[in-house]
Write a protein that binds this ligand. Structure first.
Ligand code: C2E
Ligand code: CA
Ligand code: CA
Ligand code: CA
Length: 277
């Protein structure tokens, strides 16, 4: 408790300058983070809303900085994008995830994993080939690796993103629009991109059980997405009440703390076993 109060106190006193110093230091240390094994991936389960079956996992990056401790991905991913280091992180992430999928298969669990791509990644013309080579290296079918791209990344340069996504789609990868509802795109804009899935942002899902406006937004998003042939994932499912509502609304896939927090790789097989019991 004392420690918690102390860290809060420190946060209040932190000035602009200290924030700036932190950002500079973190951006500087991103390269070392990859080289010195400070990054890890954690994996959060997704389940089918109807049957409850495990549908797959989302891979999320973690950074344990030697001085700053845990750095939230929202913070360091943005810094990586700004400082031109995103490709380095994504490259490491894709290889780590593919290797992990292969390791689980050797232990008898065939799973598919969704990875997050940043705005920089979707506009990188070498991405489709890099992913192709990785899948080949680990002998994974394209259905084993799924892609999540934020709405805002997709509409930054739709023409460039589209070329890449079509190549990946043609190679058999499944693509989801992430953080749906937080950007300003329309479904008709997104429909022109080769995406199959829409992930409703947790900001709409978390208050579902006591916010009637969020219920209206989520219900109509699910209906519209379905009528366009897209499947719908809800992230941020934290309560049984929200889960029941989403099932009733016809949501296809659920993800959130109610089902499980993101797990270290070495807990995934045990989690699947216990969940199935
Ligand atoms: P995201 O892709 O929207 O991921 C969902 C975030 O919601 C994750 O936060 C996850 O831990 C959290 N979450 C899941 N279920 C719940 C819940 O029930 N309640 C609440 N309150 N939160 C929940 P996380 O891991 O901190 O990641 C934040 C963001 O950082 C991600 O948002 C994604 O945009 C980005 N990110 C994480 N890993 C990567 C990566 O490898 N590459 C890229 N480009 N971005 C990443
Ligand atoms: Ca995501
Ligand atoms: Ca989100
Ligand atoms: Ca996000």
């Amino acid at each position: 408790r004392a420690r918690h109060e102390h860290s809060r106190h420190v946060r209040y006193e932190k000035g602009q300058d200290e924030q700036h110093q932190r950002r500079l230091a973190l951006a500087r240390d991103l390269g070392a983070a990859v080289e010195q094994d400070q990054l890890t991936m954690v994996y959060q389960p997704k389940i089918m809303a109807g049957s409850g079956a495990v549908m797959g996992f989302e891979a999320l990056m973690r950074w344990h900085h030697p001085d700053f401790g845990f750095v939230p991905p929202d913070e360091f991913i943005a810094l990586a994008e700004q400082s031109g280091r995103m490709a380095l992180l994504t490259h490491w992430m894709l290889r780590t995830v593919c290797r992990q999928i292969d390791l689980w298969a050797q232990q008898g669990e065939v799973v598919s994993v969704a990875v997050n791509l940043s705005a920089h990644d979707v506009m990188d013309v070498t991405l489709p080939e890099r992913i192709h080579l990785l899948l080949q290296d680990y002998q994974l079918g394209p259905e084993r690796l799924r892609l999540e791209v934020t709405e805002s990344a997709l509409i930054r340069d739709p023409a460039l993103a589209q070329g890449n996504l079509i190549a990946l789609r043609n190679a058999g990868l499944h693509i989801a629009v992430d953080d749906y509802g937080t950007g300003y795109s329309s479904l008709s804009q997104l429909k022109r991109l080769p995406v199959q899935e829409l992930k409703i942002d947790k900001s709409f899902v978390m208050k579902l059980d006591h916010d009637s406006e969020d219920r209206i937004i989520v219900r109509s998003t699910i209906e519209l997405a379905h009528s366009l042939g897209l499947s719908v994932v809800a992230e941020g499912v934290e309560t049984e009440a929200s889960k029941r509502l989403l099932v009733t609304m016809g949501c296809d896939v659920l993800q959130g703390y109610l089902i499980s927090r993101p797990l270290p790789a070495d807990q995934v097989i045990d989690w699947i076993g216990q969940y199935r019991e």
